[in-house]
Design a protein. Sequence first.
Length: 294
Amino acid sequence: MSWRQATREEIYRYYIEEFPSYIDELPPFITAKGPKQYALAFRDPHPVRKDGVPDKDFIRRDTWQTNVSGERTSAAFHEFNDVLEFLCHPARNDPLGRSNFALADPDLLDKPDPRPDAVYYALDHWERPWVLLVDIDAKTIARERATRAVPDRDGTGDSEVLLDTAGIFEADPVGYPYSFEDVERAIEYGFELRDIFEDDFNAEETVVVYSGQGVHVYVLDTGPAHRYDAKSREVLNDLLQDTYEIPIDPVVTADRRRVTRLPYSLHADVCSIVTPIESPNFDVRSATPEIIQS
């Protein structure tokens, strides 16, 4: 088994044909109006309406307009089908409408409507405290493994040279900066971390999500003990890395304004569905969309 990028047509077919069947399975706090933003990343930058503004390969869109006092006034998306229309046709359904900073109308360009390589939502939320999310990336695990395997490297610190010397680029999935072994280990770490949150931090609501290249571990408790301000997140990062030796990305944990991959969205770089999972024995092949298999 190896991986490849999804094509434009495959991305479009996924959001038209498969993704709608998962909408009812989204965590209940992910609604059209709940997260403060949705965000899209594009493989090819797309122009905006205003001349002289750089083309965009990443956009954030607020789910509500607000007044000068920060109070919500009008919703950008009224139901999740509105979000879906935005995913399928970002430029044609840009919530910015005819603003100069909206994506340019494809009918006026030589370029087609862009397709999202990645779909994100904001952990910052209108109705509940910030969601705590911890990211465990297969790339981090692969680099640590390569460092142990090639202790006498020339000291350049070049990640690609290190991974190449350790044979990681040649292992399946060929050409990626990790192997399936590293993805599987990330998943195992994810469930170890879930147990830490539940056993040592008294978390009652946790979720492990296969991200396509690792896992995201959520703590969803809304009680004051789990609201984790900036200082608490710094302490948590130190504990997880130094005491529990979990190879997390500390930047993700610390950033309360972070956007993260939407569950059941398509990770187009690896043709894989971002999937909530229940077991460390999860088979990543099961996350391949049907439109890719056919």
